[in-house]
Design a protein around this ligand. Sequence first.
Ligand SMILES: Cc1cc2nc3c(=O)[nH]c(=O)nc-3n(C[C@H](O)[C@H](O)[C@H](O)COP(=O)(O)O)c2cc1C
Length: 231
Amino acid sequence: MRLLDEPGSETMIMIKELKWYMSSMISTDLFTVMRERHSVKHFDPAHSLSAQEIRELLELAGSAPSAWNLQHWKFLAIADPAAKDKLLPVAYGQQQAAEASVVIAILGDLEANRNAEAVFDPAVNAGHMPEEVKAALIGQIEQAYAASPAYARDEAIRNASLAAMQLMLAAKARGLDSCPMGGFDAERFVQAFNVPARYIPVLLVAIGKAAAPARPSARFPAEQTIVWNGF
Ligand SMILES: Cc1cc2nc3c(=O)[nH]c(=O)nc-3n(C[C@H](O)[C@H](O)[C@H](O)COP(=O)(O)O)c2cc1C
């Protein structure tokens, strides 16, 4: 008698085909999410998200890669009506800020080098990283941060932006829509929300249920944006 899980058995072939089908479905879904994400300007003000739903989206956003895994982001979730009222003039009256279920202010960490111990210690304690490797990595990080003041700012913006993009895709995959917003007064934002000097506002991301579809937007054809092997 042939065992069900014998290589070449019908069951194994079916499992293989199913796995392939599922993996292609996952990538099709991701591509669809990427293609269908657009910046929605009108949200249903009656729609709300629970703290747990917001937390899930932010956990996914925080799975973004970052240099040395320093996780140069802080997410300031603006969900209460009073906080949204405070935000509206700071965002130059853009209604998305008031109508969205939540606005996430993506903050970049100017002192992400200070996260190094907390990032590497669990790996050292679990025996996955020798103490000397940790010391070498921290040496590299401190050297980079000491080299120029622009470095910390560039890294904060670069890495936090990756988390912002993941947040918008996660929201879309959950059936929500978003609008990235750079149109806000960063200085006023810092004052209004008591943002410590360690963080810089990078982007606001309004998230909610679309009340009207986004305006259609096109992109340059790929040939226009790709340069092969150098200018
Ligand atoms: C960094 C950045 C800042 C943006 N700022 C605003 C903004 O302040 N208000 C707004 O309505 N849309 C803003 N947008 C959305 C863009 O206008 C939009 O992404 C672009 O037109 C492409 O459209 P799509 O996102 O719908 O595909 C911003 C997008 C980015 C990436």
